[in-house]
Design a protein around this ligand. Sequence first.
Ligand SMILES: Cc1ncc(COP(=O)(O)O)c(C=O)c1O
Length: 380
Amino acid sequence: MGDRKGLSHIPLPISYTPSFWRTSVQAIKTGVWNGVIREFYDFLPRVKEDAIVTLNEGNTPLIEVKNLRDIVGDVKLYLKYEGLNPTGSFKDRGMTMAVSKAKDDGSHAVICASTGNTSAAAAAYASRGGLRAYVLIPAGKIALGKLSQAMMHGATVVQVEGNFDEALSIVKDIAKTYPITLVNSINPYRLEGQKTAAFEVCNHLGFSPIYHFLPVGNAGNITAYWNGYKEYRGRGIINTLPKMMGFEAEGAAPIVRGYPIKNPETVASAIRIGNPSSWQAAVKARDESGGVIDMVSDDEIIYAYKLLASREGVFCEPASAASIAGVIKMHKKGIFKNGDTIVCTLTGHGLKDPDTAIKSSDKPITVPAELGKVVKVLGF
Ligand SMILES: Cc1ncc(COP(=O)(O)O)c(C=O)c1O
């Protein structure tokens, strides 16, 4: 090795002297984000400190859309990017609450039916908290990333030869009979945790948006957001409430059509749900807020999904893109005014569903490992 004397003899530039560090360190807000239960302590049901099971979920970014004026008009559109939660979806907000409460109540196991993301979150939070997790999923119908998460976190994964609605009905019966806590969104603590996303939107903006768009499956999240906004207004933190704008997929649109769908079908597997648990609550959120529950086609979903990834650098899963597809649909109807503030929740990360991403994209070009051939396909 050469002559390494270390750097201590080299005078530091003036801006990096110890006194600089002292002053700047004092100016920095220290401490980490502690997860939604601790950060929104005054707004959530009490959990004993040593029962809190958290992966420091929440505090996801609100990203302003920059490049879609030609598509959505002259509005201020923000993406609440929930795919950046620890397991890659908004479910973590509710799962920290539900699993912590289960632990606090002395439960040793949790169970859920899932289109994928709930099972991933339940498995992760249960493993973190030392509980067992049992998850029922529609056989062959959930995105690969989500399945891999449930398996890696050590859940007992049961594939049911049926759809989500059938799986949910089975887990409800199991939870009634056996000592195991149901952590689907009919567990009220789930929605309590999920409402914190509305708090964050208001905290980040400094006010409430005019419209809040989100995808609708089992209809828990639209209900939770509405509860959150109402609670913030009730406490005088915001003055106005947004219109709640929920979007189902056309092949899985029971609320829009007004009756349960026996065999729901859509490319957006996370919202392939025919008989939502929070149906009535979602209708109430729509009506109280003066909003809309509408539907978008799979083509519209995939268009919005690719648009966000290719023009905004934001990769969400297909179900999440139903919210942006909804914004595009409403823009075409001419409901927005210039400058309106719109928030769109992107519920899950695009990496959850690599199959749909690859199917929706141009195939990579394969060439021999030769400079000339590479340059040629690059078009130079
Ligand atoms: C990515 C994603 N988006 C949207 C939803 C629908 O949310 P909710 O069932 O609360 O309506 C889900 C539910 O699984 C989901 O995983």
